[in-house]
Design a protein around this ligand. Sequence first.
Ligand code: 13P
Length: 217
Amino acid sequence: EELNITVPVALHLDHGSYEGAKKTIAAGFSSVMFDGSHYPIEENIEKTKEIVELAHSKGISVEAEVGAIGGEEDGVVGSGEVADPAECKQIADLGIDFLAAGIGNIHGKYPANWAGLNFEVLGKINEATGDMPLVLHGGSGIPDEMIKEAISLGVAKINVNTECQLVFADATRKYIEEGKDQQGKGYDPRKLLAPGFEAIKVCVKEKMELFGSIGQA
Ligand code: 13P
């Protein structure tokens, strides 16, 4: 209220463990991701169900994640992780609020030989899960056209971290390389970290424009 924020703000846990999700639900977050993608599907279903019951009893929304098939284990370097649409349907049917599913996306910087997003699989997941809002992780470095196509096929939330970190690092490096930390009180963390913070704001604004999220809150 003091900051005069005029849009709804969610406090969301990203890639929560089973215990982490429970702790954040108890702590009053408005949204949690329980990432059970590394568990066998039966265990992922069981644990996701439990988290959904717990979270929904307190009005907290839940993002779940389906495990990957293929990927590096098959020696297919650069194709990223791909989810099974039938498993996506099983997890979506648990009453979750949004679903993260691999469609060839990768966290961090994309390798030069990246095969791109797998729209065939995304289309099948979208078909299988109906209206379920889909979450695209690894949103950094994906070409704009692919982002737009993903949105047209049901992607409703896109996670971007690495690009924000990179612009922060670049702006901070520039500040120091220009010797600004040695001028006046330029060493004050509030001054030293300001260019990086501003750079993240610019990056976030660009993403909001690209994603079509302006004015949607
Ligand atoms: P990037 O760091 O690749 O943008 O991924 C962010 C993410 O998916 C966090 O969950």
